[in-house]
Design a protein around this ligand. Structure first.
Ligand code: ADP
Ligand code: MG
Length: 613
């Protein structure tokens, strides 16, 4: 145990009130974390002021400058000064108002917090020409003077955290901060298709979406951001059972082919949120309706009476609470029907295939049999004729006839060869094997993940990953933030053998892939990485030891994202190929995230359970 000297009493220990500016700086920490939080507050204010056009100018990812201009209501002279006071707001006046907040802001903290940690210039006019200019530095008003400008407001924030070096240090590269800013604007652009948004970074236009009004507005806006192709392919989410009673559930769902994109956006009263309960409802609906883990593109707009949601549960308002628990059921119902539509005429992922299932593209390249010792006898066998009982399965579970497969000598890593017999597949999810000492259950998804992971790790361990150039590069049509995300990861991706070329707009061409992956596998995981807004892997810019960790994390996440999914019927040959490669792996028993891959029921276990022992 360490010895701690008793705390000395000193004059410093006496209680005193903190100066106002320090209080503001501390409080600012809650609201203003990074440039993107400033963008969020300013854009919200513009929308609250009824803007039809919002322009966001950024410099150095927002670290040097964030200027948001609007053509909204503007402020008079007194308001322009008052706006920067703590708890100065025009939006609520009583506790009762708090119960039904219809504006995006209401706490009156944003401008005050931003002004406490930056240099802010506000220009505003309620009438064209008749405007005011206020300059505030570190929370103190330096200048206030009349000025002529068009109706609306511009808030120009420079040198964020100039007086809080500790905060400044925590900011990421301009590229990363910029991507986050863009994600924020993109969220509001999706929520408000009737408003024009423009984002300019260091003089370059990154986003420019014209107002798209009317019934088709939301779909049109999605097209403006993610490309027409995605937008045109989306199915409408039908009205929920509670619609018309002041509540509206609407939005769009993509088909199963959009599942790799991870584009899932939920808006509650035109505020982009990642609400856990709503997301869980969505996952459940997909699992129930599609019997699948392929979660498609989702744009869900929930518009409910303001008194039905509590937005005051999180300082940045990224979480809400619903007063009516039945709302989740109604969302579930609407999603369920939307998922039916989105799948259209496509066959259910689980429907019994009429012929032997074709090899899903995630499997090409899995038949790399050299690593399995010798040339296994089955690799030369013709595909067995699979016959079906012809009874349609109500659960739409793939049913294979009992297999009569020969024993396959599956070689382990240490060279030992053990006879296994493939018994079949359980619910498109588990592979069942008869082993010399018991029954083996293999989770096909994690098994494939482990195999891909080891292949990638092996490839990355060598100085330079073997790269395969693509003669006809697949094109990735991305949203602006998604494009930035991939460019941000470019150094790590480059190390791993991915080649990306920037084309016009937000389209990237995939010019090369690590030789261990097929082009389709590579494309799938790039799409998933692009839409992933968490920040893992961005240390890729750093050298040395970190790089190894990044590569490892990347390998794990790449493997996870491109592995074959659950509920996927596999042919006997595919299963045997998978199992062979798995047993040749360095670590066949646990996936890169530590979940088990193989469960064994020994003969002794089975005998005990059947009361034979
Ligand atoms: P809140 O949005 O929670 O009310 P803020 O600190 O963000 O608090 O803003 C304080 C007040 O300043 C707002 O209530 C509003 O009256 C005014 N204001 C801020 N930005 C704008 C703007 N872009 N246009 C018009 N008024 C604004
Ligand atoms: Mg506000």
């Amino acid at each position: 145990m360490r010895f701690h000297p008793p705390i000395q009493s000193s004059p410093v220990a006496r209680i005193h009130l903190l100066p106002d500016t320090l209080v503001s700086q501390i409080a600012a920490g809650e609201v203003v974390e990074r440039p993107a939080s400033v963008v969020k507050e300013l854009v919200e204010n513009s929308l609250d002021a009824g803007a039809r056009e919002v322009e966001v100018q950024l410099e150095a990812g927002g670290k040097a400058r964030i200027a948001v201009s609007d053509d909204g209501a503007g402020m008079g002279r007194d308001d322009a000064l008052l706006a920067f006071d703590r708890h100065a707001t025009s939006k609520i006046g009583s506790f009762a108002d708090l119960e039904r907040v219809a504006t995006l802001g209401f706490r009156g903290e944003a401008l005050c917090s931003i002004a406490a940690v930056s240099r802010v210039e506000l220009t505003t006019a309620e009438q064209p020409g008749d405007g005011h200019r206020v300059f505030i530095e570190g929370g103190r008003v330096r200048v206030a003077e009349p000025l002529s400008r068009p109706r609306g407001t511009t808030i120009d924030v420079r040198s964020l955290f100039f007086n809080v070096p500790a905060r400044r240090k925590f900011l990421k590269t301009p590229q990363t901060e910029l991507r986050r800013c863009l994600e924020v604007v993109q969220g509001y652009a999706l929520a408000r298709p009737d408003v024009r948004f423009l984002v300019i970074h260091d003089g370059r236009v990154l986003l420019d979406v014209l107002a798209a009004g009317g019934e088709d507005g939301p779909r049109e806006r999605i097209g403006q951001i993610f490309g027409r192709e995605l937008a045109d392919g989306l199915a409408d989410i039908p009205a929920g059972p509670g619609d018309g009673l002041g509540e509206r559930i609407s939005g769009f769902l993509g088909g199963p082919e959009t599942a790799s994109g991870r584009r899932q956006f939920v808006f509650v009263n035109r505020r982009l949120l990642r609400d856990r309960l709503v997301m869980a409802t969505y996952y459940r609906a997909v699992r129930e309706e599609w019997k699948s883990e392929d979660f498609p593109t989702l744009f869900l707009f929930l518009d409910v009476p303001p008194e039905e949601v509590d937005v005051n549960v999180h300082p940045q308002k990224s979480e809400v609470r619903f007063r009516d628990p039945g709302l989740l059921d109604r969302i579930h119902e609407a999603l369920r029907r939307g998922l039916d539509r989105a799948r259209g005429e496509e066959p259910a992922p689980l429907r019994t295939p009429a012929v032997e299932p074709t090899v899903p593209f995630a499997w090409q390249g899995l038949g790399d049999k050299q690593r399995v010792s010798g040339d296994p006898p089955w690799s030369r066998e013709p595909a067995p004729a699979v016959s079906f009982t012809g009874v349609p399965d109500r659960l739409a579970t793939p049913s294979y006839p009992p297999l009569d497969r020969p024993m396959v000598p599956l070689s382990g890593r240490r060279g030992e060869v053990r006879p296994f017999r493939l018994l079949g597949q359980y619910k498109g999810t588990l592979i069942l094997l008869e082993g010399p000492d018991g029954l083996y259950l293999i989770d096909q998804h994690v098994a494939h993940e482990r195999i891909l992971y080891e292949r990638l790790r092996r490839a990355m361990a060598t100085e330079r990953t073997p790269v395969q150039s693509l003669l006809t590069p697949p094109l990735l049509e991305l949203g602006p933030a998604e494009r930035l995300r991939l460019l941000e990861l470019a150094p790590s991706l480059d190390d791993c053998g991915f080649g990306l070329a920037s084309l016009s707009g937000n389209t990237l061409a995939l010019t090369a892939v690590p030789a261990v992956l097929t082009a389709a596998e590579a494309e799938r995981l790039l799409r998933a990485l692009a839409a992933d807004t968490t920040d893992e892997g961005q240390e890729g810019a750093l050298a040395g030891a970190l790089r190894r960790r990044v590569l490892d994390a990347l390998a794990a996440s790449l493997a996870c994202k491109s592995a074959v999914k659950m509920h996927h019927p596999l042919s006997p040959l595919e299963m045997e190929a998978l199992v062979s490669e798995l047993f040749a792996a360095d670590q066949p028993y646990a996936c890169p995230h530590g979940r088990p891959i193989v469960l064994q029921m020994t003969d002794a276990d089975l005998e005990r359970r059947f009361g034979r022992r």
